[in-house]
Design a protein around this ligand. Structure first.
Ligand code: AMP
Length: 215
């Protein structure tokens, strides 16, 4: 089963995609996480990607497409995978279709998490991430017990450069201009979910619609 998650930045797609992947026992693949790792390693791709990411822009299609093709053709993806953050535009969606056709597969379902713009922006600008274990918090909705420290590993929490207010607005704009249209592209396999509900309820609704046991 190959599942793509679509939604605005802040829609919760990373959280829900990783939970679903765990239930299905298939890899969770986030292009944002992969790129942040490249940046952390100061690889050639990382150094190139950083400037686009810090400004809230998209990393060039050719780089992201090569990176994802390399990843999804690895052995652990043979029974499927859940994608978060890819595709981000129609060039990437078409490249994905072609790559999957070559190995006799296809994107089976596309989960679209729908949320109002104000909620998306509020969620991202309050997000804090643990430097050590990458756990996510929100200053209002899921604050850590001790200020700026991770509950699990005591690592320092920080705000992603691209989660800062000005950048968030740019990322949202790019989402509207380039990504949202994929809802039409994938109309025949789209599952629309209200993303403005408590996390557990969203998880259950996704499970019900995809007929995957989530408890
Ligand atoms: P995310 O964690 O999905 O919000 O991604 C963080 C940043 O990584 C984005 O703002 C982009 O700069 C970059 N990025 C992630 N996925 C892609 C993609 N599919 N195409 C281009 N850039 C991407």
């Amino acid at each position: 089963m190959i599942i793509v998650f679509l939604g605005a930045p802040g829609s919760g797609k990373g959280t829900q995609a990783s939970v679903l992947a765990r239930h299905l026992k298939i890899p969770f693949i986030s292009t944002g996480d992969m790129l942040r790792k490249e940046v952390g390693n100061s690889s050639v791709l990382g150094l190139k990607a950083k400037s686009f990411m810090d400004q809230g822009g998209l990393v060039p299609d050719s780089d992201v497409i090569s990176m994802i093709k390399e990843r999804v053709t690895q052995k652990d993806c043979v029974s499927g995978f859940v994608l978060d953050g890819f595709p981000r535009n129609s060039v990437q969606a078409k490249a994905m279709d072609r790559a999957m056709m070559e190995i006799n597969k296809e994107v089976n379902k596309v989960v679209y998490l729908e949320i109002p713009q104000a909620v998306a922006i509020d969620r991202i600008s309050g997000r804090r991430v643990c430097k050590k274990c990458r756990a996510n918090y929100h200053i209002k909705y899921s604050p850590p017990k001790a200020a700026d420290k991770c509950d699990t590993c005591s690592g320092d929490l920080y705000q992603r450069e691209d989660d800062k207010q000005e950048t968030v607005i740019k990322r949202y704009q790019i989402y509207l201009e380039q990504t949202k249209g994929l809802v039409d592209y994938y109309q025949d396999r789209l599952v629309t979910i209200d993303g403005n509900l408590p996390i557990g309820e969203i998880e259950k609704n996704i499970g019900d619609k995809l007929k995957v046991a989530v408890s």
